[in-house]
Design a binder for this molecule. Sequence first.
Ligand code: UTP
Length: 472
Amino acid sequence: MPTATDLSSKLESIGQSALAKYLAGVQGDAADILLNQLNQFSLDEIAQYIKTYGPTYHPTPPEDSIAPAPYFSISDTSWDRATYQKKGEELVAAGKIACFTVAGGQGSRLGYDGPKGCYPTSCVTNKSLFEMFAQTIYANERKYNATIPWYIMTSPLNHEQTVAFFNKHSHFGLNPDNIKFFEQGVMPSFDAATGDLLLSDPTHLATNPDGHGGAYKALHKSGALEDMIARGIEQLSYFQVDNPNAKIVDPVFLGLHAFSPESSGEFSSKMVAKASWDEKVGVFCRVGDTLSVVEYSDLPTELAQMTNDDGELMFNAGSIAIHAISIAFINKIATDPSYALPFHRAVKKVAHFDPATGQHVDPQEPNAIKLEQFVFDAIALADRSIVLETDRIEEFAPVKNATGADSIETSKRLQSQRAANWLAKNGVTIPTNDDGSVNATIELSPLTALCSNDLAGTDLPDSIEPGASIEL
Ligand code: UTP
């Protein structure tokens, strides 16, 4: 392993003189901790990233044309939904599907003190997001008489707390052997003005989780991929930790992904029609010849606002970060350097220790670059990737912010609306407000129903009282 002297001169040679000088003066355990951490990174690669994304960063505007992406429409009857549903159900029943949750994010916008998956989210009983997913998996295992293993990606920032939460709650009734936690990697954060690597304290580099796209490497490195192969898993149902309405075992989607001739069965996605031209979701587009997700901030306003003859947005396909991904494809992305994903750059506030002054710095303005990979950048590497439209209320109730749009308040309203829709389909009278919204708070446990059809023949009230708060 390289020594402090080796690393100091290496840091010097890649332009990190401040850190090199500091390292040369650190002694004892402190030096060992810092050395160990530095040795986990390829400093040549880091130098390359700083050169590309650091102070002299110049984004190159995309040269390719951008067009709306094709997708399987929810109202289109020309594709055989029932056949794909059957094929998808066969995959689940054969034990070839696993769930995969990315839960390594920092959740800074929500401002919750703990892993986001532990956040109380269900609209009446305040179940955590993890409990809601666990019960959904349990109910699907019961429905298909199959094991559905669950892989959860954490980060060094929340791994222990996440595992402790599951232990405390006895894995919510699931078999602990079928839940695998693994940590994603981190990237060093660096000063936006100087490109200097930052220290979070006197003995640690400041780092950030390497994005949900770090999942490919982490699945491979942690042994999770090997575990899936040993269990005969062929496809992953991928979803984010912050969407309690995600249909995490969806036979139609899985069947279409794995068996449609239009799909190579490697990477498929779900979309919802955008709520407004400026909704903050990525949009599926065709960039040149390739399907891509274009981030909302990168879609030119004139394109985002374009409408067709019916007045609908042309760039309408909003990503809800639900994907189906094959194990073989993940292996390819994780192990073949020609399939390496790009990094995305964000300028954020990063508190740090200044080695020159020995002071802790709490910046008032964004001061540092964080680099992340995005899971959907792999779409461009798949042979044929498809997009399936789904209903917004059925599948999208994100909890991103503490207040306002995409907050716990809007999520609970959407959860309640979905429950009301399912009950109404089964003959229950639902009280409404003047604007048509539900005048009640209704929580439907996944153990009661996974879709509206599951309610058929169950004991339901004739109506719900206006203003009621009920759990079924
Ligand atoms: P977001 O982009 O919403 O980020 O993550 P976040 O970290 O949760 O929240 P903010 O931006 O700090 O407020 C979308 C999903 O991707 C996961 C998150 O846990 C969430 O499920 N994610 C994000 C990771 O697993 N790792 C990452 O490095 C980033």
